[in-house]
Design a protein around this ligand. Structure first.
Ligand code: ATP
Length: 626
């Protein structure tokens, strides 16, 4: 059976290519500049093995020239140029990449920077131009040729005069339409920003004639226009430099230049990996929380470069959510790009890079915590909440990674402490890691429930953020120590009272408490003698998984499902108030009703919970005054 060849309708193919590969039209410039850079690279590589050629870096450049009047945009390079045959094969055949062939021929392996590989980038020019003209003179050739095309209709080639070796691409920029503005590609500022965005680290200078205004010499108020040739790109990617050559200032300048943030980063991390996958990365831990950080608008991600050319501004796959505050970039020559260079063909390489840099971020944060505590605390004030979210999210999948990076304010030290610090100084008889939840440090400080635990000499961690208790519930234990709220029914502290004593007392007062429980029907699960209160008369404790703070958070959520904590009203039997309760129980039940309601409402207030009927509450207070 004879094998038939596929045929392609090249006109249609070209149309499809031009109109459907790229999301952003502006990338046409990136593609043409990358081709120009490849052309210069080729001379460089050729000169390595060809004695008749020399490579003097200073004479190689790329120049971009807009001409508004004639609606043309020129991209000139002093690269290797193309012969007539090369113009035909490279620009006349879709998906033919002379650059890929060059890479293979020259057997370039390590350290090559040639960008082209698919043989399609050039046609991006037709997204913005009606006519594309290429004038090229190849190295070692006396002849120059002009290739011209209006796109799908085909192309012409003719001989022309050109003095120097290299290529000149002339785009006849499309007229504006009702929906599309093409004029922008003739504007100096716009072209400069596209070059900066995508081609900042092309290794050869990209020049433009830039217009400016300056004071006329000898005059105070007169200004004149002038034109100056400027190099637009930074050229040297700092991530390719040796770490020892770079100062802290170099890194912070790069941070500012790239507008990663307006603050000064707390730390930079420079990674160069030359393993199964080669990549360089510069990462920053910012100092201040970006204004939109905790909002839906915030987009995490690192800049992703392939051979110094920007592929993605925010590659979110490189960062897990708990490190979403990290800024910076990754550059790799081993990425398998898709044809538009907007996406990756496989995410295997990306996964590997992401895994490595995440390990690195963790270890750098740990060393910051260990060696530069003040800086770490500053960082933690800005982004600690995100780390705690990280503990909680994905069903705790990252809790092992993060548990040593989180901190809480401590009752003893009156400053932030790590869980490790807490556990390492726990007295021998202390079984649990105690915490208290509340709106602020000041409020928690005054919680009656804390009295007993504090007196016992145990440290209490203050949970002031919504996420704290949720994170800790996910963590469950730290170094085999369970977490316990100071409001939980059973504090797990022995020796505070003789158990049988307390049981007998509870029995004795059972009648009063049962009566009170009845009054508070539906509001509390129980009324009990408190084991934790010392000087205060009353407090609320909870049973089960939902704490009072959690109840508050859940109530504030849009889909409030009215989830309530199981509350227990605890009464301090050593307080004078208890005597009054006893007397009222014996002599005046109406009074006991009033006292019970008052005590319950007080306990709610202490917890920062709303009182159902504030008017009734104030009236009740008045009743005991008269
Ligand atoms: N300025 C130039 N100087 C010399 N050769 C060029 C120039 N521009 C394009 N070429 C040649 O034309 C070929 C096709 O270019 P095109 O941009 O379509 O694809 P590519 O750069 O090879 O691959 P990619 O689609 O990945 O960018 C290049 O491989 C190169 O051989």
């Amino acid at each position: 059976m004879s094998k038939k060849q596929f045929k392609a309708e090249s006109k249609r193919l070209l149309e499809m290519m031009i109109n459907s590969i790229y999301t952003h039209r502006e990338v046409f410039l990136r593609e043409l500049i990358s081709n120009a850079s490849d052309a210069i690279d080729k001379i460089y590589y050729k000169a390595l093995t060809d004695d008749t050629l020399s490579f003097d870096k200073d004479s190689y450049f790329i120049k971009v020239i807009p001409d508004k009047e004639n609606r043309t945009l020129k991209i000139i390079d002093t690269g290797i140029g193309m012969t007539k045959e090369e113009l035909e094969t490279n620009l006349g055949t879709i998906a033919k990449s002379g650059s890929l062939a060059f890479k293979k021929e020259t057997e370039l392996k390590d350290g090559y920077d040639i960008i082209g590989q698919f043989g399609v980038g050039f046609y991006a020019a037709f997204m913005v131009a009606d006519v594309v003209t290429v004038i090229s003179k190849a190295v070692g050739s006396d002849e120059a040729y002009k290739w011209e095309s209006t796109g799908a209709e085909g192309y012409t080639i003719e001989t022309v005069e050109k003095d120097s070796v290299g290529t000149e691409i002339i785009l006849k920029v499309k007229e504006n339409t009702e929906d599309e503005n093409y004029d922008e590609f003739l504007e100096e500022y716009r072209l400069k920003s596209i070059i900066k965005k995508y081609s900042d680290f092309i290794r050869y200078p990209i020049k433009m004639d830039v217009k400016g205004k300056r004071p006329v010499e000898g005059s105070d108020n007169e200004f004149e226009d002038y034109v100056e040739e400027q190099v637009i790109n930074s050229m040297v990617p700092i991530w390719k430099k040796n770490k020892s050559e770079l100062s802290d200032d170099d890194y912070s300048n790069f941070y500012a230049e790239k507008r990663y943030g307006f603050d000064k980063p707390i730390k930079h991390i420079h990674v160069s990996v030359d393993g199964t996958i080669r990549y360089n990365a510069i990462l920053y831990i910012p100092e201040k929380t970006p204004f939109d950080f905790y909002s839906k608008e915030f987009e995490k991600g690192l800049e992703l470069y392939s051979n110094g050319v920007l592929i993605m501004e925010k590659c979110s796959d490189l960062l897990p959510d708990h490190f979403s505050f990290v800024k910076g970039m990754v550059d790799s020559e081993d990425l398998s790009l898709n044809i538009s260079r907007e996406m990756l063909q496989h995410d295997r390489q990306l996964k590997l890079i992401s895994k490595n840099i995440n390990k690195k971020i963790k270890s750098e944060l740990q060393s910051l915590l260990k060696n530069e505590r003040e800086k770490y605390e500053e960082f933690y004030k800005s982004f600690g909440r995100q780390l705690k979210y990280g503990v909680y999210s994905e069903f705790g999948a990252n809790k092992e990674v993060l548990q040593d990076l989180i901190m809480f304010y401590s009752s003893k030290e009156k400053k932030l402490v790590t869980l490790d610090e807490y556990v390492s100084r726990m007295p021998e008889d202390q079984k649990y890691i105690y915490y208290a939840s509340g709106e602020s440090i000041e409020r928690i400080d005054k919680l009656p429930q804390a009295e007993f635990v504090s007196e016992k000499g145990y440290e209490i961690l203050y949970f002031t953020e919504d996420i704290d208790e949720f994170a800790i519930k996910m963590l469950m234990t730290y170094k085999e120590k369970e977490f316990k709220s100071i409001s939980s029914g059973d504090l797990g502290i022995e020796g505070e009272e003789n158990k049988s004593d307390s049981e007998s007392e509870e029995k004795e007062y059972k009648e009063i408490f049962d009566y009170m429980k009845n009054i508070l029907e539906g509001k509390v699960k129980d009324v009990r003698v408190s084991k934790r209160l010392k000087s205060h008369p009353v407090c609320l404790a909870t049973e089960g998984d939902i704490s009072i703070e959690m109840e508050k958070i859940l109530a504030a959520m849009p889909d409030n499902q009215n989830i309530k904590a199981d509350k227990v009203l605890e009464i301090n039997k050593n307080h004078e108030v208890f005597q009054s309760l006893k007397e009222a129980f014996e002599n005046d039940k109406e009074k006991l009703d009033l006292y019970t309601k008052l005590l319950y409402n007080q306990a709610l207030l202490i917890e920062g919970l709303p009182i159902q009927d504030p008017v009734e509450f104030t009236n009740d207070i008045c009743k005991i005054m008269v």
